[in-house]
Design a protein around this ligand. Structure first.
Ligand SMILES: *[C@@H]1O[C@H](CO)[C@@H](O)[C@H](O)[C@H]1NC(C)=O
Length: 414
C-alpha cells in the first residue's frame, strides 16, 4: 500500500490559490536582494496558499487510505508476495532466479532528509535528495551552525537541512542549504548534467534553482525567475536545450526557464490547461514529452495536444482519451515508449508512441476520497502514436487498477 503523498495531503491543507507578487520585468538584472529575503527564507506563511501551521494539526489517518489493521496486512502480504497456497505454488513456474544480478541491502539507515525528490547527479557519484522545507524538520542539520531565519520578529528559525547529496559509494551525506520550498516542485537535468529545479510551494512557487555537478556545489536560488507560481507543474527539456515549465495549480500557462539570474515578465497563456481543469483539478502535473518532431506533447486530464515551442501555439489536438481522468489528483501515469531509429538519415522521421495508464473514471474522486468514499481506480491504458497524422488511442488493460502509480522504461523485455 502506498503511503499518502505529501502533495495529496497538501490538497487538504490548501485553500484557494491566488496570484503571486508581480514578477520583475523581463530582461532585468539580478533580482533585488530584498526579494530573496521576502520570498525565500521567510516563506510567506499565512498567505492564500494555505496556512502553514495546518501541518501541526492532527489529520485524519492517511487521506485516501482506509484504516489499516494488522489482519489486512497479513492478507495483503499473502495475496501479493507472501506464502502461496500449495496448489498455487505447484501451478506457478519457478522464477528465473539466476537471472537476477542484484539483491537488496540496507545501504544506510539515515538518508538525512526524506527523498520526496531524488536523482543521480552525473559524474560526481552522488544522489541528490530533497524534501519540502515547510515541515522544518529532518534528520540532518545544516552545516556550520547555519539556520534559516523564518521570522525576524520572533527569532523563529530552522536549522535543519532539507536537501542532501549522498555519496553512492560511502553513504556519506552532504547537507545543502535550500531556502525556498520545493514541495511539489518540478525539475530535471540539463544536457550538461547540471540540475534545474522549478517551482514549489509558497515562496518557492516562482523559483528557479540550480545545482551544478561538482563535489562542493550548493543550490543557487532565484525566487522571482518564473512569472507564474508553478506548484504541481511539469518541466521538460526541448530539442534546442531550453527547458519548458507547464501548468501548475491555478497556472494555466507555460514559460521557458530564463537565463540564470533573469526573470520572465509574463507566461504564455495556455487555454488547453484552463479547459481541462475540473472542480477537482485532474490536470495537474501534466504528462509532457518532447516529440521527435521537436513539438511538445502535453496530456492533461483526458485530452492532449502538440505544442510548438517556437511559435508557442498548439499545432495539433489529439482525440480525447475516453474512460476518465488521468492527472493529479486523479493521478494516472505515462511514458514515452522507447524510440526506434530506423534510418541513418538525420532528418528521417522517428515515430513516437505515448502510453497513459490508470487514473480515475470519476470527475470527483478526490472530493469523495476526502470524505472517506473511494471509487475503484482505472485499469485501462491508452497508446497513441503522436507522430502519425491522424492517430487514435488504442486501449489495453493492466492486470490491476492503479492510481498514484509510476511507470519507468526498463532496459530489456522480461
Ligand atoms: C473528458 O473530461 C471532461 C471533464 O474534464 C468530461 O466532461 C468529458 O466528458 C470527458 N470526455 C470523455 C470523452 O470522456
Amino acid at each position: 500500500m502506498k503511503p499518502p503523498s505529501l502533495c495529496l495531503l497538501l490538497l487538504l491543507l490548501a485553500t484557494a490559490v491566488s496570484s503571486q507578487p508581480a514578477p520583475s520585468p523581463d530582461g532585468s538584472a539580478d533580482p533585488p536582494a530584498s526579494l530573496f529575503e521576502e520570498l525565500g527564507p521567510k516563506e510567506k506563511f499565512g498567505d492564500t496558499f494555505g496556512n502553514p501551521d495546518d501541518f501541526k494539526k492532527q489529520l485524519p489517518n492517511d487521506i485516501g487510505t482506509p484504516e489499516f489493521v494488522s489482519s489486512d496486512l497479513s492478507d495483503f502480504v499473502e495475496k501479493s508476495t507472501g506464502t502461496l497456497h500449495k496448489e498455487e505454488e505447484e501451478a506457478r513456474p519457478p522464477l528465473p532466479v539466476d537471472e537476477w544480478k542484484g539483491k537488496w541491502e540496507l545501504f544506510t539507515d539515515n538518508s538525512g532528509v526524506s527523498a520526496m525528490h531524488m536523482i543521480l547527479i552525473p559524474n560526481v557519484d552522488k544522489v541528490l535528495m530533497y524534501d519540502a522545507t515547510i515541515w522544518r524538520i529532518s534528520k540532518i542539520l545544516l552545516p556550520n551552525g547555519q539556520c534559516r531565519i523564518l521570522n525576524e520578529a520572533t527569532g523563529e528559525k530552522d536549522c535543519w537541512a532539507h536537501s542532501v547529496l549522498m555519496d553512492i559509494n560511502t553513504a556519506k551525506l552532504f547537507p545543502l542549504e535550500l531556502k525556498t520550498d520545493t514541495w511539489c516542485s518540478s525539475g530535471g537535468l540539463l544536457v550538461d548534467g547540471n540540475l534545474i529545479s522549478t517551482g514549489g510551494f509558497q515562496g518557492g512557487a516562482n523559483t528557479v534553482r540550480y545545482l551544478d555537478m561538482c563535489p562542493t556545489c550548493n543550490w543557487r536560488e532565484y525566487p522571482s525567475a518564473l512569472s507564474a507560481p508553478r506548484w504541481y507543474s511539469t518541466q521538460a527539456q526541448l530539442a534546442d536545450g531550453r527547458m519548458i515549465v507547464i501548468g501548475g495549480r491555478a497556472a494555466p500557462s507555460f514559460e521557458y526557464i530564463p537565463q540564470e539570474g533573469k526573470s520572465n515578465a509574463k507566461p504564455f497563456f495556455f487555454d488547453f490547461l484552463k479547459q481541462t481543469t475540473d472542480p477537482d483539478e485532474n490536470n495537474l502535473y501534466p504528462f509532457v514529452f518532447l516529440s521527435p518532431d521537436k513539438n511538445v506533447f502535453v496530456f492533461a486530464n483526458n485530452r492532449s495536444v502538440l505544442l510548438n515551442p517556437d511559435t508557442n501555439t498548439v499545432v495539433k489536438e489529439f482525440p480525447v482519451l475516453p474512460g476518465g481522468h488521468r492527472n493529479y489528483p486523479a493521478s494516472g501515469m505515462a511514458v514515452l515508449l522507447p524510440l526506434e531509429v530506423k534510418s541513418p538519415e538525420p532528418n528521417a522521421v522517428v515515430d513516437a508512441e505515448v502510453l497513459v495508464c490508470g487514473g480515475s473514471a470519476h470527475i470527483d474522486s478526490y472530493t469523495l476520497a476526502s470524505k472517506d468514499m473511494f471509487y475503484e481506480a482505472l485499469q485501462d491504458c491508452g497508446r497513441l502514436q503522436i507522430t502519425k497524422p491522424r492517430p487514435n488511442w488504442r486501449r489495453e488493460l493492466m492486470p490491476t487498477a492503479r492510481i498514484m502509480g509510476d511507470m519507468v522504461i526498463i532496459s530489456h523485455k522480461l
